[in-house]
Each structure stands twice: as structure tokens, then as C-alpha cells.
Write a protein that binds this ligand. Sequence first.
Ligand SMILES: C[S@@+](CC[C@H](N)C(=O)[O-])C[C@H]1O[C@@H](n2cnc3c(N)ncnc32)[C@H](O)[C@@H]1O
Ligand code: SF4
Length: 404
Amino acid sequence: MAGALPPGLPPDPDGNLPPGITPSPHTPFSAYVHVPYCRVRCGYCDFNTYTSDELRGSRRESFVDVVGREIELAERVMSTAGVRRPLDTVFFGGGTPTLLPASDLVAVRSRLDNAWGIAPDAEVTTEANPDSVDAEYLDALAAGGFTRVSFGVQSVVPHVLATLDRTHDPERVGDVISQARAAGLDVSIDLIYGTPGESLADWRRSLESAVGWGVDHVSAYALIVEEGTALERRIRRGEVPPIDDDLHADMYEMADDAFSAAGLSWYEISNWSRTPQHRSQHNLAYWRNHDWWGFGPGAHSHVAGARWWNVKHPAEYERLLGSGLSPAQGYEVPTPAERELERLMLGLRVSDGVAAGDADAAEVAALVTAGLLNDEAARSGQLVLTRAGRLRADEVVRRLAREG
Ligand SMILES: C[S@@+](CC[C@H](N)C(=O)[O-])C[C@H]1O[C@@H](n2cnc3c(N)ncnc32)[C@H](O)[C@@H]1O
Ligand code: SF4
């Protein structure tokens, strides 16, 4: 359970879009479904997720019907606003979506399909923990219209997995990846680097496994020590060593080298793919500021510049939808200056970069000289991070925002 959500403005209880927000029927449209359940909480994680004894009476078995109500609400709101286009991408995240039976995930996908249609070439992904699926489960997903699965692997080294409180057996990961491929699903994996106690040699082992499995896509994240997590408390008490930023940078470069050598190209700071077609179309929709509706407890939505977020607890989410009300808790409409900052922040993350727009030419030149922005791209008006720039992306954005 993450920290408090930003307060925002009070949304319409019936779920209508904020005043003045008119979506374009031509903007690509995606759906995110947040499945807020986990068997145990990993000590580093502050996502909006609940173990069985934290559900306060709401039941996993009701998930399909309750989310189904939000889908009905969203269909009404979007069709009133003139949007009837099929979904371009669908993503089930969590939490652990695969704690639900495959038939539940397929049922939610079908409800989305009934509401809007799903484009024939749409990417339909679910996150999965390697220990909560088997061949039968993966076959059912593929038969039910899923195209892609994203496994939370994190590491293959037992002591690293233990520090992360991960419960899966690293030996099994290769098997479930093969089963997913046999089912016809594209496979992505998530890795985490920089776990306290993880050496460069440990990280190399995880990279070698990832490359050996021949996956289509990898996300590799530097471990963030989130406030209020068990990991943060353990570091504060001195039970595990703190994060070493220099080691993080070395690990990032090691990952980029290993993936490039294996034919996986970087296309976003933390993401590499085998071909441009294997890039996560859903995440690209976020980075390109397309429209998406986030379903489920605590899910965030973005339509035509407005953002809103749902109440976090599944019981409260269920109560509101059960009373015919919108589960949205707050909304905001960023100012033009905030949108420009967001355009820079999101656009700089991807390998295509972002148009320089109003960025100060002297600052761009200084960032090129510092080796953080690509010289050739900058000369044609595009801001593209170098590898050193990828490691210091926040600083690049801060400097451009100050000067822009
Ligand atoms: C929220 S999880 C959901 C997927 C699934 N429950 C799992 O853990 O495999 C999505 C991904 O976020 C990443 N993640 C979560 N907390 C993180 C943290 N504190 N630092 C870095 N990455 C994190 C992990 O790689 C994880 O696979
Ligand atoms: S399984 Fe995934 S979502 Fe659940 S607590 Fe662990 S990292 Fe977070």
C-alpha cells in the first residue's frame, strides 16, 4: 500500500470527464487493469496491493464483476465524449494478476472487448509471478486473447531473491518462459539491480540467464528504496547495507552491454527489446501521453490532458461502484508549463528522444558538451540522451526545465 495519493480536485461522482476536457476520437486509447492482490508483500514494494488479511471483507472472487461495473461506467463516459474506438493496448498489472484464475483475466478482457472492441493487432499483456502460473494457465491466457506476458523475475541469485522477499524458485523461471512461448505469447521479464548485498558477479549471473532464455523484452530497474517499506526499515536499522549509486551505474552499463550483445536494443531508459515490434506498446502509450483508462483500486487514468486516480482500497472501490458511484478519488489538469515539463520528462526517456521545442539552446549545447545529450540529434532539433545521459536523466530534465 503506497503512501497517500495527491489530494487533487474532487471528481464528478458519476465519473464524467472534468469540465472542458474533450478527448479526440483519433488519439490512441489503452486500458490498464490494476489487480491489487499479492500472496505476501515483498519488502521493497510500495505498489497498491493487499494480502488476503488486508482485504477488509472485499473478495478476490468479486474482482471481475466489480471491475466490470467500472468498465460499464467508462464506456458510458467515453461514448458521451465521442470516443468509441477499439483499444490499442491492454495491460493487467498489480499486484499479482496471476493470483486470479486465468478465466477471470480472460473475462475482464472480454468485458473490455465488449465495451470498445480490441484492435486486431493490439498488445494484451499481463504481469505474472513465475510461481503463480503453469502451462495450462498460460495456454488459457493465449486462448483468451492475451498476446504477451511479463514475468517478475528480478534476479536468479538465491541470496538476492531472499533479500527481496521473492518466493519463486529461480530454476523454474526458464520452464515457465518456455511454456509461455509454446503457448504463443511474447515474453518480457522484469529484473531489479542494486539490491543490498548484490555483487557485480551476482548481477552478471542474472543477465546471463536473461540472455540465455532468449526473451523478447527486458525491463531492468534500479532498486528504489521506497519510504515506509520493510526494506527501508532494514537499511535504517543497519541490517542490510544501503544502496550504492556508483554500483547502480556500473550495473546499468553492464546490463546495457549484455543486452546489446544479445541483440536487445534499448528503447527506453529501463527497457530493451529484440525488435521495434517487441517494444511495450502499452508503456509507449504512457510515454507518448496517449489516452488510457486505469481500472481497479488505485488505478490512474489520463484522458485528453486530465488525470484522475481511483480510491486505493479494494473494499472502498467495491463500495462506491456497488452504490452506482465513480471510484475516482481526485483529478488534476496540469497547467501548460507542467505539461511541457512532462513532455520533456517522458520524451527524453525514449530512444527517439523529444523535439527541443523551447529548450534553451545554450543549455542544450552545455549538455552536449557534458556528454549527456547526443550531438547529432541536437543539431537537428531533437533531444536524445547518450548512455551517460540515461544515467543522469533527472538532472538533464531539471537543467532543461530551468532554462526552457
Ligand atoms: C509492482 S510489480 C508487479 C508484478 C509482480 N507482482 C511482480 O512483482 O513480479 C512490477 C515490477 O516493478 C518493479 N518494482 C517494484 N518495486 C520496485 C522498487 N522498489 N524498485 C525497483 N523496481 C521495483 C519490479 O521489477 C516488478 O516486477
Ligand atoms: S509480488 Fe509484485 S506487486 Fe506484490 S508485493 Fe511483490 S513486487 Fe509488489
